[in-house]
Design a protein around this ligand. Sequence first.
Ligand SMILES: Cc1cc2nc3c(=O)[nH]c(=O)nc-3n(C[C@H](O)[C@H](O)[C@H](O)COP(=O)(O)O)c2cc1C
Length: 212
Amino acid sequence: MSGASGTPYAASVLRALLDTGESVDLVVSRASRLTLLDETGISFRDAHWQDDLREWLARGADGKPGGFDIGAGIERVRYWAAGDLAAGPSSGSYPVKGMLIVPASTACVAGVALGLSKDLLQRAASVTLKEGRKLVVAVRETPLNGQTLRHLVTLDDAGATVVPASPAFYAGATHIQDLVDFVAGRVLDAAGVEHRLYRRWKGELGGGTHTT
Ligand SMILES: Cc1cc2nc3c(=O)[nH]c(=O)nc-3n(C[C@H](O)[C@H](O)[C@H](O)COP(=O)(O)O)c2cc1C
């Protein structure tokens, strides 16, 4: 997670990954702690990350209890401090399938495009690309300047999949959580992870409208 707005997207992706039985290596950039604080009120700290994560994932996009059952899934999260450049994901020999940056700030996009590796998040992304593994970048900013657009093209050229955090409205959303889950679902689609986060387009106009 980098420091763009959109922490509910990350929560949705995390819950879905844990639901499917995946293990997750979690890195939260320093700036992302600020967006988490701003968007959830949770002061995320390395020292009590598991409690903070459990509290966060239990909430919906509106910040209220979302009725999500995280259960023992949280045991499959391995948390790494963003400043820990000796952490497992900083090496290509660390066994991972790929990496999802959700949400991705324009600063993070720039850092990865330029190969800066200024923290564990950026280093792990560079490693993901050099190892030819899947990198999905859910960029969240609007409008985008030319610099960021060029960085995104660089990432695409390098093999990453850029998934703008832009919800669609054809899937019958009635709550904010539905819009969040749509973006999270498209991130997981790009990563080849099965999920049931949104209703897929079936080729029928009007299929997304609700009468209740
Ligand atoms: C509340 C808040 C919201 C922000 N939202 C965005 C955003 O949507 N997109 C973005 O690119 N940067 C956003 N920023 C700025 C980034 O956090 C900042 O550029 C930071 O340096 C990113 O660092 P990181 O990529 O290492 O996480 C936001 C900052 C704050 C405090």
